[in-house]
Design a protein around this ligand. Sequence first.
Ligand code: ZN
Ligand code: ZN
Length: 459
Amino acid sequence: MEEDIAKLQVLPEVQDKARLVMEAGLKLSRQAQARATEQLRTRTEEDKAVSRAHDELNTRVYGLRSEHERLKADVARLRAESAAQDEKLSTLSTIFEQMQEDKQLWAAERELFAEEAAEAIEMVMLKADGGQIKLQELWRRQDEQFAVLKKEAKELRDEETENKIVALWDAQITRPVGEVENAASITTWTEMRTVVAHDFHIEAGIAFGNLRTFAPQHLRVRRQLRPEFSQMKVSDVPFAKGLYRSAWYCTSDSNTVCVAKKFHLEITFEKDNECALKVIYTTILAEMFARAFTAALRSAMDAAGADSEGDEDWTPWRVSYLIPSLVKDGNRVWLVEEMLPEFHRWSDNATRFVLNEEEGRVLAAFTHWSYHHSGQRLIVTDHQGFSSGTRQLRMTDPSVHLLHADFQSLVHYNDGNNEEQGRHDFEDGHTCTPWCQLLGLEHMEAPPAQDTDADNDEE
Ligand SMILES: [Zn+2]
Ligand SMILES: [Zn+2]
């Protein structure tokens, strides 16, 4: 600036003034420059701040954008997930519905299966029971056939009808009845198959006072194996034939000759076994009454004997039954009894008695006694067996007419149980003997013969 002033070549005062002006200008210029610089600086700072703010905003925007994107992605994912869940739910719902349907189907199927199973079981049982059913049908038909014949026999009461029944049984027997007089004449014996034999014994200690309420379940019977019968042989032909059973000679291991009886029909082992047991128990029942009768008769005779003069035979009568053994020869059932030295018959099962013999009169009293002392619940009859000659009667094969439900367990079709017809025959046909009177039984007298035959109008 000094140079410039010098160049002016003006007066020093002017120069001073110029100097002053120049200095002032310079000062102003510097101030302006400083201001400009300051302004620039300030502007720069502002710019920087703005830029920073801009950057920050940018960053934030970027961040927000990123977050937005992320959120968008999340939303998309969630939507996708939700859709997937919806789909799953829909699938599950479908499955559930399917299961519900299946469940109903299963329930229906189960019901159907239960029915089918029941049918199948029934079929199996039918198959298993086929034989049984056929047999039952056979038995039923035979029972019917037999009932008709039995009814006819009762109505007609003639030998012709009984012969028809025998003929029916005959048809069932493959071997003919031989003319066998006695066991000694038998030359051919058939060996029985595997034999199992049982004896039946009445237990001791039976009270006789309660015969009016006595029933099969009160019988105390012991069943005992008989090993000595293991080698039994039976005659080739029967020696006697009744309505229901045929009688054959047989021998035990010790060669004792016995009587073996079997049912003609031989329906099945089980059926024959059942009937045989009922025959045994019926015989035991008759034996119970025979023991009580023997005791009662002895008491009555003792009491009467005290008043008698003494030359009459006053030995008490004794009545007892042969209790058959049950013998199983393979699938065949036999009733085996001791063989009696002689065989006699004093009444039939319609209680018609041989009254011109003392045995017949005693046994008629036994029949009356059994009816009275059983409380009119049974009648023991069909008296046959052996009389010892010493007033001992060894009886076999009784018919017991069962008149009360107490004895239902003994009822079977292969026997002479005539039930109410038996009562009818007895009440119409019995005439008391002196033995009835001795026993204090209420007097009975049959009407004249022509009345007993025409008795259908009475009832
Ligand atoms: Zn009598
Ligand atoms: Zn009558």
